[in-house]
Design a protein around this ligand. Sequence first.
Ligand SMILES: Nc1ncnc2c1ncn2[C@@H]1O[C@H](COP(=O)(O)OP(=O)(O)OP(=O)(O)O)[C@@H](O)[C@H]1O
Length: 268
Amino acid sequence: MSAPPPLEVRDVTVRFSGLVALDSVGFTVEPGSIHAVIGPNGAGKSTCFNVLSGVYRASSGSLRFGGAELTKLPTHEIAALGVARTFQNIALSPHLSVADNLMLGRHRLTRTGFVSAGLRLPAARRERALHSERVAEIAAFVGLAGRLPVPVGLLPYGVQKRVELARALCMEPRLLLLDEPVAGMNGGERREMAALISAIREDLGISLLLVEHDMGMVMRLADAVTVLDFGRRIAGGTPAEVQRDPEVIRAYLGAAAEQPAAHDEEQV
Ligand SMILES: Nc1ncnc2c1ncn2[C@@H]1O[C@H](COP(=O)(O)OP(=O)(O)OP(=O)(O)O)[C@@H](O)[C@H]1O
């Protein structure tokens, strides 16, 4: 897989009947980096994510991934360019095994159609064997080797989040969008997930964009941080830079005064 191109977000605005959820937001995810988007509740983080994966349309602005303009593409074409995402609420089939869920992640890479697969033609059999091998490799990489036959619904929540991540990796992405990857996890699960995210960057060379509430995790993991507040980009830079930015401190202190529980997440 070739090195990822940069993701360039320029002047992106998203409006929902009068409400400006994103207001001329811009940032660049450098190739092979971990870039975090943070901000208080309602800042526009999920909107940013949804516009990147094609779930929402930008009202104006541009999102370029290498030579491709993503703004007008449907979700499956964005995925075909090598942009995969995970969901905040797990989006797996609970009755299917881990292996089958991961195979579904490889769907876009499958060449032989359903008919030849159904007829068990040799080409389809060979292709399935290759995909199974890759699924086993990815499962081992994320620490799921022993769980391949287990129905996803029987696994603990933290393990299901790993399956969700593995499913996205099965799409062989060059850019991975992670929506609150440690939400709802306990301290141990958070540390494991943080180590896995680092390994994805180090060993697979994939760029990662993550939306996350856990500040400890963001500050330890991210190479660069973009801070949103009320749909605007109020700061950007290294974790150390944004942590001491007065605008950021003001946004978070204001939010904490209104919603004390919102950023009270456990630190990694
Ligand atoms: N589909 C939608 N229709 C209308 N308004 C929306 C929609 N999605 C988001 N919004 C609004 O856009 C603004 C930004 O919301 P968004 O969910 O992107 O924020 P967020 O930073 O992800 O918040 P949180 O941390 O609570 O998840 C909010 O005012 C929200 O109510």
